[in-house]
Design a binder for this molecule. Structure first.
Ligand code: FMN
Length: 360
């Protein structure tokens, strides 16, 4: 019998999901702040056999934490102590914004899923950058070259018109590229009106070119650049993004974000309806996320890093993504259900089952 799922039911399942997240994340940070995290890290550190080279970086494990958990870079060191090989911070926008009205995060427990319409709540690129810089310096001092990697995911400020999106992404790139190990252009959240229209090749090309130009000028080095796409793109659109990424010499693609589909759920229809609009994540996303990953790998061959995300719950799921062509794998929703030792358990399982991916 596993302890955390029982604890989850008793302590968290009755509570508003965003409040439970705040309390859980607060506890994880407190464990770090009081120094217990160092002890914990002895138990959670990934086996050296999992070390993975990708994007010109060394990752302690191919398995990392997807964007959205630590939106403002407040717990990077604490999350690293739980065993994640990378932590993708964000989505961060050019300007600070409160996100959508609460409640905006809902569990569908029968489906091991959540629906969220957070809407990029964050305190803006200029405020987040110094936090990431400090965490990066601390990780370097403590872990040296094989430190956990910090990805930075940027998106559009809601109040900025779609026509002005490029300038808004430029602001974020300027502030954040200097502190990022890799940078992700998020054009796939369903919770910022119009954002996903930026996935069309005609709008994506100038956006990515601007972010690359701005990030390299600000950082004074080549910052690996990836784009994160939605599972709801048609297969033809997935192929278009793959072609564009190759043509522009991007470093990788992250697939996938949450879905607006509600197909095939086990949860009662009234619970699904009560959750309302937003992106669905967790186990129901698995099939389509895997399909998109396979399609991308077939399209790009060995030329890009592919980061698989969507419905990953176990070491076996991670292995399946690596076998399907992923170089790195991420998860979020299962962390909410499985608890703080999730990454360590996945890494332990992986160390027994997987030869780590090598730079692709
Ligand atoms: C509450 C919540 C907030 C999220 N916020 C972001 C975000 O700000 N930016 C982003 O790119 N993805 C965000 N995501 C999507 C995740 O990074 C991931 O792509 C998606 O949840 C699928 O993975 P999972 O099934 O392991 O959760 C969020 C997901 C959840 C559940």
């Amino acid at each position: 019998m596993r302890f955390y799922p029982l604890f989850f039911r008793a302590a968290f399942s009755w509570m508003d999901a965003e409040r439970a997240h705040r309390i859980g994340f607060g506890a994880i940070r407190a464990v770090h702040t009081c120094g217990l995290g160092r002890l914990l890290a002895r138990y959670t550190a990934p086996s050296p056999s999992l070390r993975t080279e990708a994007l010109g970086l060394v990752f302690p494990s191919p398995f990392g934490l997807a964007a959205g958990f630590d939106k403002e870079g407040r717990g990077i060191e604490a999350l690293a102590e739980l065993g994640f090989g990378h932590i993708e911070v964000g989505t961060i926008t050019g300007q600070a914004q409160p996100g959508n009205p609460q409640p905006r995060l809902f569990r569908l427990i029968e489906d091991r899923a959540v629906v969220n319409r957070m809407g990029f709540n964050n305190d803006g690129a200029a405020a987040v950058a110094p936090r990431i810089a400090a965490a990066r310096a601390a990780l370097e001092a403590r872990y040296g070259a094989a430190r956990p990697v910090i990805g930075v995911n940027i998106g559009k400020t809601r109040a900025v018109e779609l026509e002005d999106a490029v300038e808004d992404y430029r602001v974020s790139a300027r502030e954040l590229a200097p502190v990022a190990d890799y940078l992700v252009v998020n054009v796939s959240s369903p919770n910022t009106p119009g954002l996903r229209l930026l996935q069309s090749v005609e709008t994506l090309r100038p956006l990515l070119a601007a972010v690359r130009e701005e990030s390299e000028a600000a950082a004074g080095r080549r910052v690996p650049l990836l784009v994160k796409i939605a599972p709801d793109l048609s297969d033809a659109d997935v192929d278009d993004v793959a072609r564009l990424a190759l043509e522009m010499g991007l470093d990788g693609i992250i697939a996938t974000n949450t879905t607006i589909s509600r197909e095939g759920l086990a949860s009662p229809a009234d619970a699904v309806e009560a959750a309302g609009a937003g992106g669905l994540s967790g186990a129901p996303l698995k099939r389509r996320a895997l399909e998109v990953l396979r399609r991308l790998r077939a399209a790009v061959g060995d030329r890009l890093t592919l980061v698989a995300v969507g419905g990953v719950e176990t070491a076996e799921d991670v292995r399946e993504r690596l076998d399907a062509g992923a170089t790195l794998v991420q998860g979020y929703t299962a962390f909410l259900y499985e608890g703080p030792f999730w990454a360590a358990a996945v890494n332990r399982g992986l160390a027994h089952t997987v030869a780590p991916a090598r730079s692709r």
